[in-house]
Design a protein around this ligand. Structure first.
Ligand code: CP
Ligand code: NVA
Length: 309
């Protein structure tokens, strides 16, 4: 891979300084095109001539649309493929797929179950690889979350983020962001559903775990949750029962700081992980967060193609 190309598999691939640079770039590009039609490219078209292949082994709305529009706004083009209709879905190795894509397109975004597949794609191909969600992490989502928090007037260092519910891929990337950017993350998770111990050992410098949802949200600036059943997991009644005390309710939100905001990566299950009152209420910033997937993605792409930082 050419030295100016970079992979974005986890937030640590970029590090705190590059993340700050990407967030600033996203804010200024977003501001600069406020009144432009969404399909019109940014005037500088920095990715003119480049094509991103997007490979999905799992469903997606936000990741798919935001990467597609991000490439269009940067002057590039995209190719969207469901893995099931590729030879990948019939067992062609990820490494062979990586070689072929590297000969034909300029970058690849992969959404898959096993994080090892994005690593293998990066190691065996010669083009930038972006993690569009694995079972381990969802770094692109957290870039949008960080942007949203900043836009809502909160400087990242020193904040308290409270996570409620399942210790999943989204939480992992928040934990990583906390250690890279200097904010604390406290998660309240039921027994048996904690974040991955190895991931926490590696990235959890600013992370703490509790069983008590009230402790987690007390004095929190940000309250965040996610679906209790992630893609690929079976819909177990016992898991839903274990999660119920961790539902984000108005009562729980009242324990956070008065100006706390509520985040959810979506898709949401109203009245499971969060009540309708909270997710549709005044502290919820989920639509800004969803829109920011687009703006964050653009800066991630520019960084990966060596055009930022
Ligand atoms: N938050 C998120 O990644 O949404 P999609 O699954 O719709 O891409
Ligand atoms: N934790 C969820 C996130 C979806 C965007 C999942 O993996 O299904």
């Amino acid at each position: 891979m050419s030295v100016q190309h970079r992979h974005f598999l986890n937030l640590s691939d970029a590090g705190g300084d590059a993340i700050a640079l990407m967030l600033n770039d996203a804010l200024s590009r977003k501001a600069a095109r406020q009144h432009m039609p969404k399909g019109m490219p940014d005037p500088d078209e920095p990715l003119h001539g480049r094509t991103l292949a997007m490979v999905f082994e799992k469903n997606s709305t936000r990741t798919r649309v935001s990467f597609d529009m991000a490439m269009r706004q940067l002057g590039g083009t995209t190719m969207v493929m469901d893995a099931g209709s590729m030879q990948l879905g019939r067992g062609e190795p990820i490494s062979d797929t990586a070689q072929v894509l590297s000969r034909m397109v300029d970058g690849v975004m992969l959404r898959t179950d096993d994080h090892g597949k994005v690593v293998s794609m990066a190691e065996t191909g010669t083009i930038p690889v972006i993690n569009g969600l694995t079972d381990l992490s969802h770094p692109c989502q957290i870039m949008a979350d960080l942007l949203t928090v900043i836009e809502h007037g909160k400087a990242l260092p020193g904040l308290k983020w409270a996570w409620l519910g399942d210790g999943n891929n989204v939480l992992h990337s928040i934990i990583e962001a906390g250690s890279l950017l200097g904010f604390s993350v406290q998660a309240a998770c039921p027994k048996g559903y904690e974040p991955d111990a190895d991931f926490v050992a590696q990235h959890g410098a600013n992370f703490s775990l509790t069983r008590d949802p009230v402790e987690a949200v007390t004095n929190a600036d940000i309250v965040v949750t996610d679906t209790w059943i992630s893609m690929g997991q079976s819909h177990a009644e016992e898991k839903l029962a274990a999660m119920m005390p961790y539902q984000v309710t108005a009562g729980l939100m009242a324990q956070a700081k008065p100006d706390a905001i509520f985040l959810h990566c979506l898709p949401a299950h109203r009245d499971e992980e969060v009540t309708s009152e909270v997710i549709d209420g005044p502290q919820s910033v989920i639509w800004d967060e969803a829109e920011n997937r687009l703006h964050a993605q653009k800066s991630i792409l520019l960084w990966c193609f060596g055009l930022l930082g």
